[in-house]
Ligand binder design. Structure first.
Ligand code: URA
Length: 433
């Protein structure tokens, strides 16, 4: 096989065979295909796309480029969920505990945050001692025994994706649905769960800016999952304002804990309940949405969801006292109340900008090498649709250094107001399967 023929084929908008795709990914993995040839093929895919078969073949070839976790030694259906990333997204912690308390086995590998989006691993590490580096055997044992583990990647998963993503990043070829879908799904497939729930976010703070694009990405990922024998579903959810009320690591752990105790914010609680319903049905723990919701409500009201989170923290060496009393989590030196300068209804909150402002406080990383300050962040006191008067509290800032004038101005620029009532938007736009 000559790689130039493969590039030529995609350039002229023809579908690649499974063998050609496998040849490409083998060559990416062992380094025998040079970056300039892969870059040319990536650009041809950006322009001419891939059909469902090609996209699934690409995901499967990428999955097989490295270690593939085998969870078959754990009895029952193993469930995973994935969010395409957002601002204030602490879903994995709360949802994991809620569904595991209902009897589902959750084997979750999470990532770190970069730029305006946070990562579950960073949030969990705000709990003293919590170890996200379990071995594969420890991971399996924990999922088997307590039904819930959230860890960083074990082994070498999908090395082809690391190489391809680095190239895409510098050749303006990130934004192509077959490439994004195969990249995300190859990692989900390699982590071994039987069911996958995708939370595909749209809006200002998300990777996909419109509902239409989010749906296209979700459909491409569902097609890959189902073709490769995984029960895969997706929620299309709104990221036009931060999820829940908090942005920042320890603050988000606290909010996740409040939510599994039934005291969380409405939008975040609703997202977790919807996701929980789907996961419990995928995992055959419940037959209907109504039955699943009842189970989730019971898990919260009985304290079982909270108990499950405590079990996970303890199993991973974390300080459970900080979960029993979240005031023991890292606390910032300063707390500043940001008061509204205007009267009106909150019509827009630029979530991406707020994510960047939280990053500047130290809650996130501008580059992969940056370290994180777990204590700092933002707590929203007003959300879209709320009526506020001049002087009302908009947001509470937790910080370790004095706030600079331009930070404060940028903060106020993230809010827009309207004289007329603004409809509060539903958090879950649609469910796809
Ligand atoms: N996230 C991924 O893992 N891959 C992409 O291509 C885009 C976002």
């Amino acid at each position: 096989m000559r790689f130039t023929d493969i590039i030529e084929k995609k350039k002229t908008n023809q579908a690649l065979t499974d063998e050609e795709i496998q040849f490409w990914i083998d060559g990416v993995t062992d380094g025998s295909i040079p970056d300039y040839q892969t870059s040319a093929l990536l650009m041809a895919i950006v322009f001419n796309g891939m059909d469902e078969r090609e996209t699934a073949t690409l995901a499967e070839a990428m999955m097989n480029s490295g270690d593939v976790i085998d969870l078959s030694c754990i009895e029952g259906i193993k469930a995973d969920k994935h969010s395409t990333g957002g601002v204030g997204d602490k879903t994995s912690m709360a949802l994991g505990a809620m569904v595991a308390a209902c009897g589902l086995k959750v084997a979750k590998m999470s990532g770190r945050g970069l730029g305006h989006t946070g990562g579950t691993l960073d949030k969990l590490e705000s709990i003293d001692g919590l170890n996200i580096f379990l071995t594969e055997d420890e991971f399996k044992k924990q999922v088997d025994e307590i039904g819930l583990a959230i860890i960083g990647q074990t082994g070498e998963l999908v090395p082809a994706d690391k190489k391809l993503y680095a190239l895409r990043d510098v050749t303006a070829t990130v934004n192509a649905i077959p490439l994004i879908a195969s990249s995300i799904m190859s990692k989900k497939l390699a982590s071994g769960s039987n069911t996958i729930l995708l939370d595909v976010k749209f809006g200002e703070g998300a990777f996909m800016k419109t509902v239409e694009d989010a749906k296209k990405l979700a459909s491409a990922m569902i097609s890959i999952g189902n073709r490769l024998g995984r029960n895969t579903m997706a929620m299309i959810t709104d990221m036009n304002q931060p999820l829940g009320n908090t942005i920042g690591n320890a603050l988000e752990v606290e909010e996740a804990v409040e939510t599994i105790k039934g005291e969380g914010p409405k939008d975040f609680t609703e997202l977790c309940m919807c996701a929980g319903e789907i996961m419990l049905m995928q995992g055959k723990v419940a037959d209907t949405k109504e039955e699943a919701r009842k189970m989730l409500e019971e898990a919260i009201s009985s304290g079982k969801a909270f108990e499950k989170f405590l079990q996970m923290v303890e199993a991973q060496g974390g300080n459970v006292e900080q979960i029993k009393n979240t005031k023991l989590l890292p606390q910032s030196k300063f707390v500043t109340e940001m008061k509204s300068r205007e009267d009106g209804f909150v019509s827009n909150i630029h979530s991406m900008q707020l994510g960047i402002l939280a990053m500047h406080l130290g809650a996130g990383r501008a580059t992969k090498e940056d370290s994180i300050n777990y204590a700092v962040g933002l707590k929203m006191n007003a959300k879209k649709g709320d009526k506020v008067s001049k002087g009302d509290l908009l947001c509470t800032v937790y910080h370790d250094e004095e706030l600079k004038e331009d930070w404060i101005e940028e903060f106020y620029n993230t809010f827009s107001f309207s004289d007329t009532e603004v409809d509060a938007i539903p958090i879950v736009e649609e469910i796809l399967k």
